[in-house]
Write a protein that binds this ligand. Sequence first.
Ligand SMILES: *Cc1c(COP(=O)(O)O)cnc(C)c1O
Length: 378
Amino acid sequence: MHFLSDNAAGASSKIMAAVVEACAGTSHPYGADQETRQAVDLLRQTFECDLSAYLVTTGTAANALALGAATTACGAILCHERAHVMSEECGAPEMFTGGAKLLGLPGERGKVSVAALAERLTRLKAGPGQSSRPRVLSLAQANEFGAVYTVQELQALTSRAHAEGMTVHMDGARFANAAAALNKAPAELTWKAGVDVLSFGVSKNGGIACEAVIFFDSALALEFQRQRKRAGHSLAKGRFLGAQMVAYLQDRHWLESATRANQQAARLAAGLSRAPGVRLPWARDVNLVFAIIPRRLNQKWRDLGAEYYEWPHQGLGLALAPDEVFVRLATSFATTPDEVDGFVAVAMTNAAGNGRRNTDWRADRASAERSLKNGAIQ
Ligand SMILES: *Cc1c(COP(=O)(O)O)cnc(C)c1O
């Protein structure tokens, strides 16, 4: 029962096989290899446009380097106050931008709102000119709370940012999960909606270690080859990054893996929504399920060896009782229905009293399967 993170899963067999295959023979180093060329071609097909793409090994590098290409050191990067770039990257965005200012915006469930963006831009402009110039809007799709932006929401945000001369960066560590959940073409969720540069994740969705920095605005990419080298992310054996990306994109493998992860999260959320004492704070969008659970259940799951994170609930507007815990449960391409059902079954037997209520988890499983088939949840 492993719901710690989607990056706790191993690699998909397709991606692993592609890396093994890429071991044979010699090839040009530093990304001048055939696999990387094919990966860029496939990215162009997938996003239906001419683009520049560079492969790196971590999402933090992808974000920090993308931001470094998008702003000068005197610029400000506007993002949600709970964004990964803000709080989970140990200052990498600050370092790779040469010290740009990150400004956190409020907003429900990790989403930046047009109102919050507009308010901050107005405030910055009204100042005496001593503050950083707003240069970048960074949005996570899907975000740290498993929420997605619709195409309309993206357009509203990006047009506001562009009107200010800003560049729009998208943190797509879970872009596949968002694209699968929204059932929209990658182009519609990115450049057609005003995104200029995308960190496109592979690692959390079946890769070994691979992310792409994708520039839809090629003017931003002029120095990127050197910026990546300077950061130590220009891999001598770049073919192994290329091979991962090729296998990821071929035959819609990336969308299939993300759909599987999302479906197991749907199954998990549906099961937990019927468990006694468990509260789900919002409707699930992708492969992250958040729940407010009785402390007793938390203990029971832990005793059985289940793994997941307790998550900081402060600032989310959730009212927790002293005997409640806020948790994040992540599913991945490798999560199995049995794993989900076993975990939910524990919650079903956690009713106050004799612990015998709702013990028939096979009936729950059958009902979840019916819902999935009927398209009630996906
Ligand atoms: C996981 C994640 C990243 C990338 O993290 P790395 O551990 O550096 O690969 C970036 N943004 C978000 C929103 C993430 O969840």
